[in-house]
Design a protein around this ligand. Structure first.
Ligand code: PEP
Ligand code: MG
Length: 585
């Protein structure tokens, strides 16, 4: 997928553009909690605090290992697993890891991550000299332990992460977890490139919410691009140009200017209601990850929040948010939205959104996307779930709150969830706390089974929202975060279109409100198709709202129906593509 570079000459890398636009800037190679970390100098006055930061990370990692071990004893995990955790605990407690990096920080006045990885290099080299193959293999344990500590260090806000990043910096990383990316919200930079990642991986989704162009799946970009090289990132055309020559640079500057003008023009649509030419009102809501996203949502003119991915409150922090902390976050969003609907999705942890220290998640699942994720995890951890439900209910009296349950597949899951919501209400009543007893409860349609057996969903839930990112993943059996199969990720696959259409038709017939909140909702080339299938409610990243609104305003919905119907009925991808062109003509 990538071109072969010539020394210092210009070359292009191809990947998947996950966030549109053009950026021009200098490369900054970013590391995540693997083996390459940022290196920066600490002022003499900061050395003590840096050592304390290191000590805390070591201590917390020791606690993490100990609690993992304890939870393992309670369960039925194999004994070797406990022994393996003991080895890790011992490695971490040895002065070669727990003490030497402190000295390196003090002597070299460097950041803790750097000191730790320096020392890890020394240890790994020593292991390489060992004759005994078993002992030699233990170096992998050292690396894993160091990674655990690095994760702790990088997971904390502070001077770590991307020091020195600024508006003209382009971040180049091998791979980043969604939790890594969300931390970048605090920084300003021009664009984003990763070697790995699929178009609807949560990493890509969060990258999109940073509102800068991004290209993922460049395969070996991190290896080929050097620090400080000049880059053009063209998120709309899936390309990164390294060391562009003058004429290419000039051409892209021009395009960048044109895009800026287009964006400025779109802003005029902010307060205009989204209505088709033939008078159908369309709801355009926003997807958010954190309360800090509210100002951007308001700026986009969104009707409300169609998807608040609440699990991000659980990432990048020590332990779990308490009921009060969650309540405050939800209340802030609800009040910030001033009476507009706020759809809070109960936490969708698991798969690519892992949280250290949660027993159910910390085991290595053979197929995480098919494992204990989303509502399955919530139902397996009722205490956590009830805490969140109480927090949401408490926030419900401050505005217009709706609860959305992710990844439902069976009637039993719906029933159990509804029972838990009632339990949460009862416990608030017992405490004398006010809430909206009629808060609507909706379900995400993300698993083919949910569409094929939608009647129960329609009967038991107040609204539905189609999570096309997962619906596509589970229909086509392709891991959305695996770039090796990202070329198979196809929203226009006939099976996907049939499922989406079936869900919309069934919900419209039953008069149950239905939305699409997956990435398809923000793709302008698909707006008319979804309208033609009968959809009138879209939820997307706020940056896409105005472009989608523009498309709605220029669409005669009635005239689309016949073509959309033909699209739904055909199994021929070539014909589908031709019909889509016709819709968009
Ligand atoms: C989806 O699956 O389409 C969705 C909106 O949820 P998420 O992307 O968070 O899994
Ligand atoms: Mg989903």
């Amino acid at each position: 997928m990538t071109a072969v570079p010539h020394a210092m000459s210009s070359f292009a890398l191809h990947g998947i553009g996950v966030s549109r636009g053009i950026a021009i800037g200098r490369a900054q190679l970013v590391s995540h909690a693997t083996l390459e970390v940022a290196h920066y100098t600490i002022p003499p006055s900061g050395v003590e605090a840096e050592i304390a930061r290191f000590d805390t990370a070591v201590r917390e990692t020791q606690q993490e290992l100990a609690s993992l071990h304890a939870s393992m004893k309670a369960g039925d995990a194999p004994a070797e697993f406990g022994a393996f955790l003991d080895v890790h605990w011992m490695i971490l407690s040895d002065p070669t890891l727990a003490e030497v990096p402190r000295r390196i920080v003090a002597e070299q006045r460097c950041n803790a991550e750097w000191a730790l990885t320096q020392q890890m290099g020394v240890l790994v080299e020593q292991f390489d000299q060992i004759e005994d193959p078993y002992l030699r293999e233990r170096k992998a344990d050292v690396v894993q332990v160091v990674e655990r500590v690095l994760k702790r260090l990088l997971g904390k806000p502070g001077p770590v992460g991307i020091p020195g990043a600024e508006a003209q910096t382009i971040l180049v990383a091998h791979d980043l977890s969604p939790a890594d990316v969300i931390q970048f919200k605090q920084h300003r930079f021009a664009a984003f490139i990763t070697d790995l990642g699929g178009v609807t991986s949560h990493t890509a989704i969060v990258a999109r919410s940073l509102n800068v162009p991004a290209v993922v799946a460049t395969h070996n970009g991190r290896q080929l691009i050097r620090e400080n090289e000049l880059l053009i990132v063209d998120g709309s055309n899936n390309v990164v140009i390294v060391n562009p020559d003058r004429s290419v640079l000039a051409e892209y500057r021009l395009k960048q200017g044109e895009l800026g003008l287009e964006r400025a023009k779109l802003k005029r649509l902010k307060t205009k209601p989204a209505m088709t030419i033939d008078g159908d009102e369309v709801e355009l809501s926003a997807n958010i990850e954190l309360p800090d996203d509210v100002p951007q949502t308001l700026e986009s003119g969104a009707n409300g929040i169609g998807l608040f991915r609440s699990e991000f409150l659980f990432l990048n922090r020590e332990g779990l948010p308490t009921e009060d902390e969650q309540f405050e976050a939800y209340r802030d969003v609800v009040q910030g939205m001033g009476g507009r609907p706020v759809t809070i999705r109960t936490f969708d942890l698991g798969a690519d959104k892992q949280k250290a220290g949660l027993d159910g998640l910390s085991r290595v699942a053979p197929n995480p996307a098919l494992g204990l994720r989303a509502v399955r995890f919530c139902l397996a951890e009722p205490r956590l779930f009830l805490t969140q439900l109480r927090a949401i209910l408490r926030a419900s009296q401050y505005g217009n709150v709706r609860i959305l349950i992710p990844m439902l597949a069976t009637v039993a899951e719906i029933d159990q969830t509804l029972v838990m919501i009632e339990q949460a209400k009862d416990s608030l009543r017992d405490r004398g706390v006010a809430f909206n007893a009629r808060v609507p409860v909706g379900g995400m349609i993300e698993v083919p089974a949910a569409v094929l057996a939608i009647t129960a969903f329609l009967a038991k839930l107040d609204f539905l929202s189609i999570g096309t990112n997962d619906l596509i993943q589970y229909t086509l059996a392709i891991d959305r975060s695996d770039d090796a199969v990202s070329h198979l990720y196809d929203p226009l696959h006939p099976a996907v279109l049939k499922l989406i259409s079936m869900a919309i038709v069934a919900a419209n017939r039953a008069k149950v409100p239905i939305a699409v909140c997956g990435e398809m909702a923000g793709e302008v080339r698909l707006t008319r198709l979804l309208l033609g299938l009968g959809l009138r409610s879209f939820s997307m990243h706020p940056a896409h709202i105005l472009a989608v609104k523009q498309r709605v305003l220029t669409t005669d919905a009635g005239a689309l129906k016949a073509i959309a119907l033909r699209m739904r009925r055909t199994d021929d991808p070539v014909r589908l593509a031709a019909l889509l062109d016709k819709l968009n003509a």
